[in-house]
Write a protein that binds this ligand. Sequence first.
Ligand code: HEC
Length: 142
Amino acid sequence: MKKGILGLVGSLLIATVTSVAAGDVAQGRAAYLQYCASCHGLTGDGNGPMARILTTPPANLRRLSERYGNPLPEKQIAQFIDGRAEVEAHGPRDMPVWGDRLSAEPTGSERKTQELIAKLVAYLQSIQTGPRTASSRVRKSA
Ligand code: HEC
């Protein structure tokens, strides 16, 4: 039963992620400024005001494609932002678990959470500084 629900959420996520439109990037940017810029910086370079008090430095999100490929692997990035599966597998982390936070908002729901995360991923794609690459396979950082 639980598996069925997870599978449904997964396919909803894919459906929303693949229908990226320009409006999604704008909405993703607004959400980014609201939720992410305090750590990752206004431009995504990792230099937000909170950065100095964190033990793990927030990533430079403009350079994600250098490690993940360009276009970004949307599903993988979305799952990392969501964080619920990640934390279940690897334990606590410095990056907030947005899946929990967003779905706990007064007007939040699972569907809205997945949609917002997809928009955040669309925005992150739009700020990548690296060139397009042939494959978006995960690469190890050197
Ligand atoms: C409280 C500070 C904080 C906030 C707010 C925050 N992050 Fe992060 N983020 C981090 C830290 C620290 C890391 C480094 C990874 C870790 O936790 O070990 C990270 C890593 C990431 C990564 C992974 C980069 C990689 O190298 O794989 C992504 C993507 C990301 N954040 C996106 C976001 C998005 C989108 C938001 C807003 C919804 C956000 N972050 C809000 C602190 C934050």
